[in-house]
Design a protein around this ligand. Structure first.
Ligand code: ADP
Ligand code: MG
Length: 261
């Protein structure tokens, strides 16, 4: 999509868990080729917001729309499989790798390809079905995405031997196999060393330059402030601020939420 076109629209999204309003009439958008940071204290509702966008949880009320070709389509109510096919892929807060399998197999296992074959399910499903050509397509795609993220040289390494920063990038390669236009990353920099954070930031900037949209949850303020184009700040399920990093940094509502003053 052309840079600046809206790709994701969250419109008064609400999620209740019993009596708890985990996401309270949230409203924001993400444009093509934009990195948006979703920040806020623990329990603010950030992961729940991701689960609503990716169809893992149903909305209590409101609407979420995503660009499919020329039109914005309502995606809430659709299955996560359908949503992945529309072009939204994610990573999870905790890395889920099979440590004694190769990097390549780990990426291919998690690769939920769109369009290349009828059924989504990745390498394991292809192997179970005994479908060799499907397997080859998945491995080819996994190789392509590993080269794209700069892990090509580690393809045949056991995944468990990778440093944490490389494992996080492996997770991104896995998500890229869905051929997404929007990538959702839940705390990708958590626990990483400074150099690893730099490498991650460089990769995300490269993906943005290729037109990718990214919505990222992150606690490291220096990392996020230097990376994103725009921020959305949540507290108790509610959007308390939004804007460019410089604007948000000096917003009294944000200072209050973070300093608890
Ligand atoms: P964050 O990712 O910003 O730390 P979460 O989205 O994980 O916050 O959680 C927001 C709120 O919703 C918290 O109070 C949390 O305890 C609650 N919550 C999250 N998931 C569930 C669930 N499946 N059932 C009940 N409460 C939940
Ligand atoms: Mg979370």
């Amino acid at each position: 999509h052309k840079a600046g076109t809206t790709v994701l629209e969250v419109d008064l999204a609400r999620k209740m868990f019993g009596g708890l309003v985990a996401v309270n009439d949230m409203q924001f958008e993400v444009k093509a080729g934009e990195i948006v940071g979703l920040i806020g204290p623990n329990g603010a509702g950030k992961s729940t917001m991701f689960n609503l966008v990716t169809g893992l949880l149903p909305l209590t009320s409101g609407e979420i729309r995503f660009r499919v070709g020329n039109e914005m389509r309502r995606i809430n109510g659709q299955s996560s499989r359908q949503i992945v096919r529309h072009g939204i892929a994610r990573t999870f807060q905790h890395v889920k790798l099979i440590p004694d399998m190769s990097v390549l197999e780990n990426v291919a296992l998690g690769a939920h390809l769109r369009g290349l074959h009828g059924e989504i399910g990745g390498l394991a499903a292809a192997m179970v079905r005994g479908n060799r050509s499907e397997e080859q397509v998945l491995l080819f795609e996994a190789r392509r995405q590993l080269e794209r993220v700069g892990l090509g040289h580690l393809m045949y390494e056991e995944a468990g031997n990778l440093a944490l920063g490389q494992q996080r990038i492996l997770e991104i390669a896995r998500a890229l196999c869905c051929d997404p236009t929007l990538l959702l990353l839940d705390e990708p920099a958590a626990g990483l060393r400074y150099q690893e954070k730099q490498a991650l930031a460089e990769l995300l900037a490269k993906l943005r330059a290729e037109g990718m949209s990214v919505l990222i949850v992150e606690h490291d303020m220096d990392f996020v402030m230097n990376l994103v184009d725009r921020l959305v700040v949540m507290e108790f399920g509610t959007r308390i601020s939004t804007g460019r990093p410089q604007e948000v940094r000096s917003d009294p509502a944000v200072l209050q939420a973070y300093l608890g003053g």
